[in-house]
Ligand binder design. Structure first.
Ligand code: SF4
Ligand code: SF4
Length: 214
């Protein structure tokens, strides 16, 4: 009751934005010769937080396709993650805990529904913020090593341009929440929290206190 579902057209659009991100990532990774194969690290234990209701709802589109056993498993993993990360943060330690969707084989258990940061982290990237400030991200540690070896200056390395993709996602978020957008609290949640909380709820239910929205 009160669940915020992505309308089909927005669900298709977010899938398209995600596909463009993955394509753009692959192009840059290929140019740099970056691959995750054999990497001693696994970014799926990085402490990432996510900010949009549309991504949260799309993640739940994927979660709903899991069978009961899979759902029980990821829910248990997510609860343990939230418990452990809360404890670490209270001690001012940045958590490094495997994502609850990471399988024992080291693969993403919900690949088609993974979030934006899962699709962009790794390669160098550029971004122009709404205030006009240009930013450049160096990529993961392995990428930085390759760039250092192959390019005289870091700025010569190809980079994934994130601006348009972020703008498209922000526009989609506005359309998803519509004229009630200003009523929704800002979110900053890990995937584990998105799983434990359940799918996002319509603000009407939150205002009436029918649901624990955040
Ligand atoms: S993104 Fe970089 S650090 Fe993460 S697994 Fe891939 S190569 Fe390793
Ligand atoms: S959603 Fe998938 S890709 Fe993203 S951190 Fe979790 S396991 Fe890794």
């Amino acid at each position: 009751m009160g669940e915020l579902f992505l309308p089909p057209e927005l669900s298709c659009e977010i899938a398209e934005i995600y596909a463009t991100m993955a394509e753009s990532y692959d192009q840059v990774a290929k140019q740099i010769s970056l691959t995750c194969q054999g990497c001693p690290d696994n970014c799926c234990d990085s402490y990432f937080q996510h900010y949009t209701y549309c991504e949260w709802a799309y993640l739940w589109e994927g979660i709903r396709k899991l069978d009961d056993d899979q759902l029980d498993h990821i829910t248990a993993q997510a609860k343990a993650y939230v418990h452990e990360s809360t404890d670490l943060i209270s001690k001012q330690i940045r958590p490094q805990i495997p994502c609850p969707l990471l399988s024992e084989e080291g693969l993403c258990g919900l690949y088609a529904h993974r979030l934006m940061i899962c699709r962009t982290h790794g390669v160098p990237a550029t971004l122009t913020r709404p205030d006009g400030q240009h930013m450049r991200f160096p990529g993961c540690f392995r990428c930085q090593e390759i760039v250092k070896d192959r390019y005289a200056v870091e700025a010569d390395a190809p980079a994934m341009e994130r601006t348009i993709l972020y703008q498209r996602l922000a526009q989609l978020e506005s359309r998803f929440l519509g004229h009630k957008r200003h009523l929704y609290p800002r979110i900053k949640m890990t995937i584990a929290e998105m799983i434990v909380k359940g799918p996002p709820q319509d603000i009407k239910s939150c205002i009436k206190g029918q649901e624990d929205c955040l």
